[in-house]
Design a protein around this ligand. Structure first.
Ligand SMILES: *[C@@H]1O[C@H](CO)[C@@H](O)[C@H](O)[C@H]1NC(C)=O
Length: 351
């Protein structure tokens, strides 16, 4: 017995040592809190075409918000490059990046896009930590996914409209067309998908309780699914209507009272806005290219023209490309990948 205990202790000690040395490797050289950010090649300068407002003129500015974190950085960088490359007035685009460690990521982004007009905001993940309930997929539960709810609070008052973009998409058209849509009296514009089964986004518990399901009464139109990864938001109307609080309220219901949905940050948006969304052409969110939320099988484009490709769902093009198991449409993402590859670019840089 004694021998067995000693053996067990030894094994435990070994395991502990192994764990410690692994942890040491992970944190070495970085700010100790997150893994090292990947390195990227420098993007070229993109210049305004003719007919653009002078860059720096607030009236001509296009404000785009994205989140930045180490895990999705490669996707964010590709997204930014795609926006700049297809914009007629790239120098008029101001990027607003939300991150939990903004200083470090600012350095990475500026090394990649030295000419980029950008502002960084620290998103305090503690703001949502107690409000997130677990979903069908771990990645959907990341606090940064909820940062879009706080845009109106984080961005300065003079930013009156924002285009929010997810980090797993590329824009292949002039983003000014999406930015400039007429919102009328709507708070939010996004492509709507009315043939998607709206019922399926909420649980039976939700639909069986009129106290919940009556939320959709009195909407301008039938509530339809829209994807919260591409949204044009009137921040003034948002602030005036205190929409952050309305979204948080549903998160609180989900967390404390009843499980009313299975996905992450999307259902609260549906609960507050579905049926009151300004519909945008479908070309601006060809979503679902990551595959479904559980299996990540390959998906095809929806019929019609394409201005924005969105790898929402489980699979991400950079992971599938790295694994040499890409979906056919992942080849459309690859040209925007600025990752500096070890062994090729690095060797060149050293020599
Ligand atoms: C929509 O989804 C609900 C819930 O998952 C299901 O019960 C219903 O049969 C679906 N309707 C259609 C038309 O597929």
């Amino acid at each position: 017995m004694a021998g067995e205990t000693t053996g067990f202790r030894l094994r435990l000690l070994l395991l502990l040592l192994l764990a410690l040395s692994t942890a040491a490797v992970v944190v070495s050289g970085v700010g100790a809190e997150e893994e090292a950010a990947p390195a990227f090649r420098e993007a070229p300068a993109f210049r305004n075409g003719r007919g653009c407002a002078a860059s720096g003129d607030p009236a001509g500015a296009i404000h785009i918000a994205m989140t930045l974190d180490t895990t999705y950085l490669r996707g964010s960088v590709a997204g930014v490059l795609s926006v700049l490359q297809h914009a007629s007035c790239p120098e008029n685009i101001v990027f607003h990046f939300l991150a939990s460690s903004p200083r470090r990521l600012r350095t990475v982004v500026l090394a990649t896009f030295p000419y980029l007009s950008l502002r960084m905001y620290r998103f305090d993940t503690a703001l949502v930590r107690g409000k997130i309930s677990s979903s069908v997929r771990r990645a959907l539960d990341q606090p940064l996914n909820y940062a879009r709810i706080y845009l109106a609070d984080l961005l300065p008052r003079e930013v009156r409209r924002i285009l929010y973009l997810d980090s797993d998409l590329i824009v292949v058209d002039d983003v000014a067309k999406l930015w400039g849509i007429e919102l009328g009296s709507h708070v939010l514009g996004a492509p709507e998908y009315c043939h998607a089964n709206f019922t399926a986004y909420f649980t039976d518990r939700f639909w069986s309780d009129p106290a919940f399901s009556k939320v959709f009464e009195g909407r301008r139109r039938r509530p339809c699914y829209f994807n919260s990864g591409v949204m044009v938001i009137d921040l003034e109307r948002w602030r005036a209507g205190r929409y952050t609080g309305r979204l948080e309220e549903w998160m609180r219901v989900q967390k404390r009272r009843a499980r009313i949905y299975e996905l992450g940050s999307l259902p609260p948006f549906l609960l507050v806005f579905a049926g009151d969304v300004k519909p945008v052409e479908h070309r601006w969110n060809q979503h679902g290219l990551g595959g479904d939320n559980l299996e990540g099988l390959c998906r095809d484009l929806h019929p019609g023209p394409v201005s924005l490709l969105h790898w929402s769902g489980k699979g991400k093009p950079w992971l599938r490309l790295d694994a040499h198991r890409p979906c056919p449409l992942d080849s459309l993402w690859a040209p925007y990948d600025l990752l500096r590859r070890r062994g090729s670019d690095d060797l060149l840089a050293i020599s």
